[in-house]
Design a binder for this molecule. Structure first.
Ligand SMILES: NC(=O)C1=CN([C@@H]2O[C@H](COP(=O)(O)OP(=O)(O)OC[C@H]3O[C@@H](n4cnc5c(N)ncnc54)[C@H](OP(=O)(O)O)[C@@H]3O)[C@@H](O)[C@H]2O)[C@@H](O)CC1
Ligand SMILES: Nc1ncnc2c1ncn2[C@@H]1O[C@H](COP(=O)(O)OP(=O)(O)O)[C@@H](O)[C@H]1O
Ligand SMILES: [K+]
Length: 526
């Protein structure tokens, strides 16, 4: 799913009205009805007090449309205009007139000196105070109103974006923003919903399709994409009947050290399970027996040292190398890495201690082949690019880093972000069960194994992160978050592939109805 910038949303809005030959007021009506329908479907006429708080711009205009339809359908509605400015947009004013024609209970104006209305914990708040037009900090009294929402504990539904939140910046204070239970965004979700600093402002979100011009949606390139099944399906490469193991490449995993050979096993097993033709593990001598006995499909090359890697030399010709898992940061290992990188031309995926060694000697970054994949967790990323002010600053720094060295950076986290230069891919799969030792090693093996099979490094990163998270989502079903381990995630990688081609189940209600019809027919024929 494309994530449009604010500018692109405004452009799309204008173009849609023009191409569909409708007014912007009609488009606002369409958007407001979508929100009304969402609520109506769930509330079915329940007489819960609904407090609709509208600003004076188009977000407020959306709120007025929702309030009017709720009133027309007999709901218990209180409408307020949060009067933070004397300006009003044209479409706000149109809808202000329309609501006045609909009900005698006109919207209540709330200004800086007014008391806020009482809101019960079982009431509903519709937050249409600010949308994406917020361009400066809100006044103190408006911030107090947001606090009033929060203290009330009422279910809060935000229109488009929680008021006070920006799509491209972290607020100076958490209290400046409405804390929404649910947000209904128009046409596109927002990058801020996926970042640790700002995701907390909405517990859940949904996108409402308000019928933007199809051509605009298809042709417009966005700086951020949300990656789901629809996005990875075209990446998948079907297998040819006459393919053989040579077709799917040879993955070499370089890593492991005394006490951390398991990391190399996890990465190697993952590379094979995701479909690499051949896998070799390059480990210190102490890794030989554990790998040979636990993972017979692997080939092994051992370093001359017993406990750590000291000289990366091999005679095989791998398609791709995954380097760093459990490797340690011994001086001899650091020197071996430097020597290796000066001559290496093979595509690389670098994780864990591989990244830590690069961070200690940043001159090595220039030696990495173009589009090398780095997969840091937040601490490793900090060692690599330095501290950041907030999540948006982090992304700015990662983009600059990616451009400078021509690298792909996979920022691991609850929503893993793959960054190549100015483009960001947000992964949508995975769960907190992945917060367990070794799952990062599995990801390294997965991306390495995909590159071995012929996926380019970017496709392998985006697809690999998706499959890794999907595998965890499948594995966790029978295990729960706490019991799932990295090995379980490897075991269900096949299911993650199969899931790509599963047809969605028919809606349950229909299926049950059909079953009911069948039974009825049977009893009639008896
Ligand atoms: N077809 C549709 O129906 C569509 C509807 N959409 C809807 O439109 C929404 C955007 O509407 P919007 O541009 O009118 O801005 P909105 O967020 O309502 O703010 C109003 C104005 O307030 C002002 N202002 C800003 N900050 C301020 C502050 N701190 N304190 C005081 N004033 C402040 C600023 O004006 P200024 O004073 O700077 O001139 C700003 O323009 C969007 O989120 C979505 O809900 C779109 O999604 C597209 C499709
Ligand atoms: N809360 C979470 N939700 C989804 N994925 C998570 C969560 N916590 C961790 N992960 C994923 O688990 C993996 C952890 O990697 P990493 O920290 O390198 O682990 P290790 O070093 O033990 O292998 C990453 O792919 C990360 O995105
Ligand atoms: K809002």
């Amino acid at each position: 799913m494309k994530i449009f910038s604010d500018k692109q949303i405004y452009e799309g809005d204008k173009l849609t009205a023009k191409k569909q030959n409708i007014t912007s007021t009609e488009l606002m009506e369409r958007a407001g009805i979508q929100i009304f329908n969402w609520l109506h479907l769930r509330m079915q006429g329940a007489q819960v007090p609904i407090h609709v708080f509208c600003g004076i711009g188009n977000n407020g205009g959306n709120g007025l449309v929702v309030a009017r339809h709720l009133i027309n359908h007999g709901y218990h509605v209180n409408t307020y205009v949060v009067n933070f400015s004397d300006k009003r947009t044209r479409d706000f004013l149109c809808n202000y007139d329309l609501i006045k024609q609909t009900t005698k209970k006109w919207p209540t104006l709330i200004g800086p000196d007014d008391d806020f209305p009482e809101i019960g914990p079982d009431d509903i708040i519709i937050d249409a105070v600010f949308g994406i037009g917020l361009n400066r900090p809100a006044d103190d009294w408006v911030v107090n109103l947001f606090q009033h929402f929060k203290v009330s504990k009422a279910f809060t539904l935000s229109v488009d974006i929680p008021s006070g939140m920006k799509t491209d910046a972290v607020p100076a204070d958490d209290n400046n923003v409405v804390w929404a239970n649910h947000t209904l965004s128009f046409q596109s979700t927002k990058l801020a919903f996926f970042l640790p600093d700002t995701a907390k402002f909405t517990e859940q979100w949904e996108v409402l399709d308000i019928g933007f011009d199809r051509e605009y949606l298809i042709k417009t390139q966005t700086a951020v994409d949300l990656i789901g099944k629809q996005e990875v399906l075209p990446i998948y490469k079907p297998r040819d009947k006459f393919s053989h193991k040579g077709t799917f490449g040879h993955a070499l995993i370089i890593g492991g050290s005394y006490g951390k050979i398991g990391a190399a096993i996890l990465a190697s097993r993952s590379a094979l399970s995701i479909g690499a033709g051949l896998v070799t593990a390059f480990v210190p001598k102490c890794g030989y027996i554990p790998i040979q006995s636990s993972f017979p499909e692997a080939m092994i090359i051992t370093d001359e040292q017993e406990e750590w890697i000291s000289n990366i030399q091999f005679t095989i010709t791998p398609t791709v190398i995954g380097l760093g898992v459990g490797m340690g940061t011994e001086k001899a290992t650091a020197e071996a890495l430097q020597v290796f990188l000066t001559t290496n031309k093979t595509p690389l995926v670098i994780d864990a201690d591989g990244i830590n060694l690069l961070s200690k000697n940043k001159d090595l970054l220039k030696l990495l082949p173009q589009n090398t994949v780095l997969t840091p967790h937040p601490k490793e990323l900090e060692r690599l690019i330095g501290v950041w002010k907030d999540d948006f600053d982090k992304l700015k720094k990662v983009k600059a880093f990616s451009k400078k060295y021509h690298l792909i950076v996979v920022i691991k986290g609850a929503y893993t972000l793959t960054v190549l230069e100015d483009k960001i891919y947000i992964n949508s799969t995975g769960n907190p069960g992945l917060a367990t030792a070794g799952t990062g090693d599995v990801l390294t093996g997965v991306i390495t194994g995909l590159i071995a099979q012929g996926y380019d490094s970017l496709a392998a990163s985006v697809f690999g992160v998706y499959l890794h998270g999907k595998s965890a989502d499948i594995a966790v079903q029978g295990l729960g978050y706490e019991a799932m381990t990295a090995t379980h995630v490897i075991d269900t990688l096949g299911d993650a592939y199969l899931n790509l081609f599963e047809q969605p189940e028919p809606p349950k209600v229909e299926a049950e109805e059909k079953e009911g019809e069948k039974k009825e027919k049977k009893s009639k024929t008896k």
